[in-house]
Design a protein around this ligand. Sequence first.
Ligand code: SF4
Length: 411
Amino acid sequence: MEPDWTCPFCSLLCDGFALERAGEALVLQASDCPRARAGLAAHARSEAPAAFVDGSAAPIDEAVAEAARRLARWRQPLFGGLATDMAGARALFRLAARTGAVYDHGDGEALAQGLRALQDRGQCYTTLAEIRARADVVVCVGTQAVAHYPEFFRRCGLDRPDTPCQHLVFLGVEPPARLPDTVPVQCIAGSGDLLADLQQLAALLAGAPLRGAPAEIAGLAATLRQARYAVLVWEAATLPAHGALVVELLHRMATSLNRATRAATFALGGSDGAYAVQQVFTWLSGLPLRTRAAAGGLQHDPVRFAAQRLLDEDAVDGLLWVWSYAPDRLPPSTKLPRIVLGPPGMGPLLRQADAAQRCVFLPVATPGLNAAGHLFRTDGVVVPLVAARDDALPGVAQVVARLLERMEPAA
Ligand code: SF4
């Protein structure tokens, strides 16, 4: 195939790849990214997609009609997972508004940390292109970066002989085994308490006296001050407890540095449609995820409307779970009735997990694999996705539109 495939399996959305067909499988060329290879292997075509109702196979029209009937009966639905693309998010918002649902992404906890810091203090943010062109100091804070985003250093151009980067620093974390050999690497183990180390670093950058600061933290402060363009990289999924405080400190450090030089933060997160859904729901309603589309108006509560909390507190009476990426990302364990939109491979896994009862399963396509679509990259750029193959499957947007058609108009 032409090298025009954009990988949808993490929010770096690497583009320009070619895929080779090997029987039913698609094999990635020119990259050994383990996350992409695992993603492709998980979606290798096997059995025909099959909808079911309570474990019994059903024609798709009947399954959609039954799902619509059940959804209309729920007094307080929860929409969880929400791993879809922008078109799917638009359709899900309409359905949430129609049913009065509360909605949260499957990785909503990590998403909420960065959002909270942004709401409280704003942010100094950068893009992959800026890092590639300008960053001379890159500090990975509490993250190896490439453990979950394997192509990150390559996307930042750190493997190129002409990279402007002079220092790659890992703070509070062991460096990964594979590192670019073009850039000097420094590891600062820190005290074991990342928040405390960052508080000290932020104080130094704000002009506090050096007295009592560990030499390695003081040295990092000096490196950051001398940098022409420093970038502080953090990863939502690896933040310690009180992650929002960590993110706030990073933004504060970037602000301090920007008084004399240039600096920014860069977040790794938002995979599986998380950023796409967050953006789409926010621009359609004015409020982010963890909101309830109540009849009397929208209610946003980032703590109370966390999906797992609602399930734990029996505060909802039905779960619509949408996960169009990894087939094994099943809905959380619950006794509640469920409607599940997932790739065809998810159906058999639901049965194996004994989770097929009180469940309607509707197979959907995966954006970037067997459907076109659009996603937000981790640095906020909208990226179009092409289908690598055609499995004649509807996307989340089409299935949700059919659910809406089947439901009675709101009273
Ligand atoms: S880093 Fe992410 S987007 Fe890039 S190839 Fe790997 S899984 Fe795909």
